[in-house]
Ligand binder design. Structure first.
Ligand SMILES: N[C@@H](CCC(=O)N[C@@H](CS)C(=O)NCC(=O)O)C(=O)O
Length: 206
């Protein structure tokens, strides 16, 4: 990759971490720009006009082009590498797990983490408070589905460590911060340890 790679991020976000983890596994250097999402720094007119009209991080800047959405950014970095299966079906299966992560996993597990560990339960609106139980149940369902898959498979797709594992690891390993008890999902815990043991692994606070 010849163009400069800049990650617009809030470092403690799992969505930002998964891009750094992908880059670390590929030996790619990312320049990092931090925004304080608690202060609305991604909602300024300048950010909306230049970085992303969606007003959220992460955004991967490649040269002078901007790519929002964490999993798209991970895909961009990993395209053509050992992190994506060579087989066409397995590659699509990798993408399937990444889509599932964004629809079934992240909106529940990451949101509860954000509400509880970052905002604080006493700061939640009535609407957010009313959603706590439903998000907990949906997050538990997601962890149960992972548990069933990982009871029979070491990895999510293609029989090897891949991008789907990275994208799912990002918020699963901090699910405890959202109130989930990971010891209830032993196959998930064993998989988290396998991911963390991969050469090139970096932690969320690195
Ligand atoms: N689907 C998006 C989600 C992005 C997202 O929700 N970003 C959050 C932090 S993880 C954010 O920027 N929040 C600040 C805000 O909405 O103002 C992705 O995967 O990148």
């Amino acid at each position: 990759m010849t163009e400069t790679l800049i990650l617009h991020e809030y470092a403690l976000s799992g969505n930002c971490y998964k891009i750094r983890l992908t880059a670390a596994h590929l030996g790619l250097v990312l320049e990092r720009r931090e925004y304080d999402i608690m202060k609305g720094e991604t909602r300024t007119p300048a950010f909306l006009a230049t970085v992303s009209p969606n007003g959220r991080i992460p955004v991967l800047q490649v040269g002078d082009r901007f790519l929002p959405e964490s999993n798209a950014a991970c895909w961009y970095l990993a395209d053509g590498s050992h992190l994506l299966p060579a087989d066409r079906f397995d590659r699509a299966d990798d993408l399937r797990w990444m889509c599932w992560e964004q629809y079934n996993h992240e909106p529940n597990i990451a949101t509860l983490r954000f509400w509880k560990a970052f905002l604080g339960e006493d700061k939640l609106s009535e609407l957010q408070r009313a959603q706590l139980e439903g998000k907990w149940m949906a997050g538990h369902d997601a962890l149960c589905l992972m548990e069933r898959h990982l009871a029979k498979n070491d990895w999510f797709a293609g029989g090897a460590f891949s991008l789907a594992d990275i994208c799912l690891y990002a918020y699963t390993h901090v699910a405890g911060e959202g109130g989930f008890t990971l010891s209830r999902y032993p196959a998930v815990e064993a998989w988290l340890a396998r991911v963390a043991a991969q050469p090139g692994h970096v932690t969320i606070d690195a």
